[in-house]
Design a protein around this ligand. Structure first.
Ligand SMILES: [Zn+2]
Length: 261
């Protein structure tokens, strides 16, 4: 991406910036970082999956939620048939450079959510303390993708503000230290679920039935369901998922009288 375009995009967001004007829905930008194919023996064997990160184009504190799958691990690449896309190019297309990211938030520290943390030395990386503890156990993640020179983890317990209108919310279940990101926009709340809810279809199932999904075995089904319900209770305008190209938007289901509807 040409540097000229980046400069123009930033200048536009700086002009728009005003503490009294919250973010717009368009300031939450999904970045597709990989496609995978689930291997034999996996609950989703044969199906394709996607790995997303999200840029919150906050004018003062651009926030990256998730960093996707790391590169250079032949075993993982072969097992999941990972097709990588460049994080740097995805950010450039969204109008910012790697070095302009001011905060990183990982939903959790599995290899496909924190795999490019290494690209952000000296940048605060928000993670729940339970997640950091888990990541130190053998076989949990790729350790060198999580611990790297000049890593600056902002270790938290519970909710935490990352920037004005942007906050972390704990949503344990998929892992003990899982968290989601909540973004207030001028059209209502946008939730970046991470893997607290796997997909749009799963969101719709839980919203409709109030019950836990059964397709994929869950480490902690009750905590997972409680977290999913807590996100649904926020009545988000939109909700994005780290492993689904589809997102859920209130305007799509035609609910009138709701924010953004
Ligand atoms: Zn995971």
């Amino acid at each position: 991406m040409a540097p000229a375009r980046r400069r123009r995009s930033l200048a536009a967001s700086e002009r728009r910036y005003d503490l009294s004007v919250p973010l717009a829905a368009e300031d939450v930008v999904p970045l597709c970082l990989a496609e995978v194919t689930f291997p034999a023996g996996h609950p989703l064997a044969g199906q394709d999956g996607e790995v997303f990160a999200f840029l919150v184009r906050h004018p003062r504190t651009p926030v990256l939620f998730e960093t996707g799958s790391g590169r250079g691990n032949a075993e993982l690449d072969d097992y999941y048939r990972v097709r990588h896309h460049s994080l740097e190019e995805a950010l450039a297309a969204a109008g910012i450079g790697l070095s302009e990211v001011r905060a990183v938030v990982n939903s959790h520290l599995h290899f496909d959510h924190a795999g490019n943390n290494r690209l952000f030395p000296g940048v605060p990386i928000y993670v729940q303390s339970a997640e950091q503890d888990a990541a130190r156990q053998p076989g949990y993640t790729v350790p060198e993708w999580v611990d790297f020179p000049d890593a600056e983890y902002a270790v938290i317990d519970g909710e935490s503000r990352v920037a004005s209108g942007v906050r972390v919310m704990p949503t344990k279940g998929h892992t003990a230290g899982h968290q989601s990101l909540v973004v207030e926009t001028n059209g209502g709340t946008i939730v970046l679920a991470g893997q607290a809810i796997y997909s749009k279809a799963e969101f719709e199932f839980i919203r409709r039935t109030g019950g836990a999904p059964t397709e994929d075995p869950l480490p902690d089904p009750q905590a997972y369901l409680n977290s999913a319900l807590s996100l649904i209770d926020m009545r988000p305008r939109r909700i994005y998922f780290s492993h689904d190209r589809a997102f859920w938007a209130i305007e799509e289901v035609g609910v009138v009288g709701e924010p953004g509807g």
